[in-house]
Design a protein. Structure first.
Length: 116
C-alpha cells in the first residue's frame, strides 16, 4: 500500500498550490479520502474529506471556500487545490485513506510553506 503526496512547496500569501496524492496497492474507489495537516507544535487536523464515489465533501471551517478536494478514481488520485493561502496554512499535509471495513492508510506528507 502506498500513498504518495506531491505538489508542496513555498508560496506567497494569497497564492495557490495544488497537492496530489497517488494511491496504489488497494482498491482506491472503496475508500474515503482525506487531507490532514500538522503545523509545528500543533496536533494533526482534518482539512478536507471526499467520499469514495466523490459525491460528498467536507472542509475545515478555516479553509472552506479556499480549498477544494477532488478525486479521480480512474487515476487512483486525490487532489487538494489550495487558493488564497495564508501563513497559518503552513504545515505538513498528509493524505489519508479510510474504508468502511476499518482500513486506514497514511502518506508520508508534503510540506507547504506560506511566507513572503
Amino acid at each position: 500500500v502506498q500513498l504518495v503526496e506531491s505538489g508542496g512547496g513555498l508560496v506567497q500569501p494569497g497564492g495557490s498550490l495544488g497537492l496530489s496524492c497517488a494511491a496504489s496497492g488497494f482498491t482506491f474507489s472503496r475508500f474515503d479520502m482525506s487531507w490532514y495537516r500538522q503545523a509545528p507544535g500543533k496536533e494533526r487536523e482534518l482539512v478536507a474529506t471526499i467520499t469514495n464515489a466523490g459525491g460528498s465533501t467536507n472542509y475545515l471551517d478555516s479553509v472552506n471556500g479556499r480549498f477544494t478536494i477532488s478525486r479521480d478514481n480512474a487515476k487512483n488520485t486525490v487532489y487538494l487545490q489550495m487558493n488564497s493561502l495564508k501563513p497559518e496554512d503552513t504545515a505538513v499535509y498528509y493524505c489519508n485513506a479510510v474504508s468502511s471495513a476499518g482500513w486506514n492508510f497514511w502518506g508520508q506528507g508534503t510540506q507547504v510553506t506560506v511566507s513572503s
